[in-house]
Ligand binder design. Structure first.
Ligand code: ATP
Length: 268
């Protein structure tokens, strides 16, 4: 069930966060997050800068492990399995829960190799040409690149590079794709293409997207989590989840005043 919500979601949960706190060194960055991400849904994280959206996103595939001093308390589960239990391999976790970053970051390799590289490392035994085509089609990029697969991924436009990164993410057949402001470096047309793609991808994947763009959150997501931050006596800011509900509700009939003010552009 979704915390802070009067509208529980009954579909199966892909990911859950239970009383999650994240620290950087001795600073508490985000506190007491309870959240459930249902399977095959798009969930948007919104809120002002520094309220912990990316920090929580990174908990879901243990990317915070790569940040020195970062520490996660509480419980994060993926299909019921505690992701932070002893013996869980974070690298393996990221195969099931992929990530697309703010700035497109293709490998300095050919378009073909951008897809094939990760699959090969994961011991993919199938037909690589087919996998490359399937992944590029899945990311709505195939028609634009099919004649230049041996060209560099870095020679593509920003929007194409981001779709290449999405193709790379889906090539290893994850179940969840985490997207951290995937369109913030893209022009409006490329942004729309990625948004259309997100719509298509949710048939097969569960998607969590951090965005600063309110229209984008309302266009692409089924559910929206609004985070905010409060200042402590020492001047640090601690992020927390204010409200999580159906996107329609968050944008048109939120429970909390702060949510109403944020979605109507009155702060943030
Ligand atoms: N690598 C890090 N080391 C130390 N502190 C960090 C690190 N990353 C984030 N923080 C701190 O954690 C808090 C939450 O940051 P986070 O980036 O998760 O917020 P956000 O809501 O995603 O912000 P934005 O919208 O600006 O990307 C902030 O106070 C930030 O300074």
């Amino acid at each position: 069930m979704i915390s802070n919500s009067s509208h529980p979601v009954t579909t199966q949960a892909a990911l859950t966060a239970e009383d999650v706190n994240v620290y950087y060194g001795s600073n508490l960055a985000v506190r007491n997050v309870f959240l459930e991400i249902p399977k095959n849904r798009v969930v948007a994280f919104i809120g002002p800068s520094g309220c912990g959206k990316s920090t929580i996103l990174r908990c879901f595939n243990r990317m915070n492990d790569l940040i020195p001093g970062a520490r996660v308390e509480g419980k994060i589960t993926f299909k019921g399995q505690n992701l932070y239990a002893k013996g869980i391999d974070p690298v393996e976790t990221r195969r099931y829960i992929g990530m697309v970053f703010q700035k497109p970051n293709p490998f300095p390799k050919t378009i073909y190799e951008n897809i094939a590289f990760g699959a090969r490392i994961n011991g993919y035994q199938g037909n690589m040409d087919e996998l490359v085509e399937r992944s590029l089609r899945g990311a709505a990029l195939w028609d634009e690149v099919k004649d230049k697969l041996k060209g560099s991924g870095l020679a593509l436009s920003g929007g194409q590079q981001q779709r290449l990164c999405i193709a790379r993410a889906i090539a290893v057949e994850p179940e969840v794709i985490l997207m951290d402001e995937p369109c913030s470096a893209l022009d409006p047309i490329s942004t729309l293409r990625v948004e259309e793609l997100i719509h298509e991808l949710k048939q097969q994947y569960t998607i969590v997207i951090v965005t600063h763009n309110m229209q984008q959150a309302s266009r692409v997501s089924d559910l929206t989590a609004f985070y905010n931050a409060e200042a402590t006596e020492t001047g640090n800011k601690i992020g927390y989840l204010v409200e999580y509900d159906q996107t329609q509700t968050i944008f048109h009939n939120p429970t909390e005043k702060a949510t109403q003010e944020y979605v109507s552009g009155r702060f943030g």
